[in-house]
Design a protein around this ligand. Structure first.
Ligand code: FES
Ligand SMILES: [Fe+2]
Length: 382
């Protein structure tokens, strides 16, 4: 039996047993979390500074910079990023700020380019970050250009993501940080999927937002016509890899497996598998050759989040029918977040300053959020 099939069979077995027993994977106890930890600017900003800057975070997908000499310029929280793939395929990440007087070297966007003309006075850098030309250098004065380079960040490409530490003085051992989760992710083979489209969405503040992405307890209320049509609410199989998490929801047809011999199971048709990369990314909803990947960063003022939703297809859709299927999947993914999850999350945020609650509760049946909050506390040494 293939490794991937074995994994899915074992998850299906767990979900089937839970469904027969009316149980689910659980944490040891109920978690009580202070509401202050969501809204106190000092606390949140020190956590963000630690977690999003000192540890590797996904900043892009490999599929966004597929070709050699391609690039992407984007912003993560307050850091403008220039991500490049050189002529040999090697990926680097820089802070997209010119060494002359701090303008962005490259406007936000992506494409194929190996040299970047600063947007202010036109200094030119190559895709390895070296300054290769000063505009009107004969008048600028003597300066050793060899030592002028864009500020480079720790960056590594792994399992279909491009990871970086936003703090330039930090280097990291990514394998150690992944704790085996890179192998889990590699099974998805994300780097070879075709990027069909991506959209940006403004979302609610970081922790409220992410609590929603890791919630298996709301599908019946918030998504009755979309995600919740197929999933059984409150039925999860949950595994952790350091801070990262893999969880599976049982689909409503899970009981059918009781009548089929295990060797004939098609487990992928009876569960939905989600990989949650700490602290900001998720690979979810792999369905019929379509996949939704989400990367989220807090906004600069930490009052919102910026979500990038990527829709990927196993192969590039070419026929009208294939394109329509990919569009339908993209619309379902957009609607579940923009029309369903975020409105309820924004409401929570709107009312979070009322004096109603000093604490939020995470039940034993909510082990995914519990794990996430434990790791926030652990890494920000609270
Ligand atoms: S700020 Fe970049 S060339 Fe002047
Ligand atoms: Fe949801």
């Amino acid at each position: 039996m293939g490794h991937q099939r074995e994994k899915l069979i074992s998850l299906a077995r767990r979900l089937l047993n839970h469904n027969l027993n009316g149980s689910t994977d659980q944490a040891d106890e109920i978690m009580v979390k202070s509401v202050n930890d969501y809204i106190d600017h000092k606390i949140v900003s020190s956590e963000v500074n630690k977690i999003f800057y000192d540890y590797p975070v996904p900043i892009a997908l490999s599929a966004e910079l597929k070709e050699n000499n391609s690039y992407k310029a984007t912003t993560a929280i307050d850091t403008p990023l220039l991500i490049t793939r050189d002529e040999t395929g090697f990926v680097r990440a820089f802070i997209n700020i010119c060494k002359h007087r701090g303008a962005p070297v490259c406007p936000e966007g992506s494409g194929k380019k190996s040299r970047f003309n600063c947007t202010y006075h036109g200094w030119m850098y190559d895709n390895k970050g070296s300054l290769i030309n000063i505009f009107k250098s004969d008048t600028f004065g003597d300066i050793d250009t060899k030592n002028i380079k864009l500020t480079e960040l720790f960056c590594e490409e792994k399992s279909g993501f491009i990871w970086a530490c936003l703090n330039p003085s930090i280097k990291y051992n990514l394998s150690e940080w992944m704790n085996g989760f890179d192998e889990e992710l590699s099974d998805i083979d994300l780097k070879n999927w075709h990027l069909f489209k991506s959209i940006k969405i403004n979302g609610p503040m970081w922790k409220i937002c992410w609590d929603g992405y890791t919630d298996g307890y709301h599908h019946h209320m918030v998504h009755p016509e979309t995600v919740g049509k197929n999933t059984i609410v409150n039925l999860i199989a949950h595994d952790t890899y350091g801070p990262h998490q893999r969880f599976a929801f049982g689909l409503k047809n899970i009981d059918e497996l009781s009548d089929i011999e295990e060797k004939d199971w098609e487990p992928e048709n009876h569960l939905r598998l989600i990989h949650s990369v700490f602290p900001n990314s998720s690979i979810s909803a792999i369905q019929n050759e379509h996949c939704l990947v989400t990367i989220i960063f807090p906004s600069r003022d930490l009052q919102e989040t910026i979500t990038t939703q990527y829709i990927l297809c196993l192969k590039e859709p070419k026929t009208e029918e294939e394109i329509k299927k990919a569009e339908d999947f993209a619309e379902l993914s957009r609607a579940a977040i923009v029309d369903e999850d975020y409105p309820i999350n924004f409401k929570i945020q709107d009312f979070i300053h009322s004096k109603a609650n000093k604490e939020f509760l995470f039940g034993r049946n909510e082990p995914i959020q519990q794990h996430y909050h434990k790791w926030i506390d652990k890494l920000s040494s609270k």
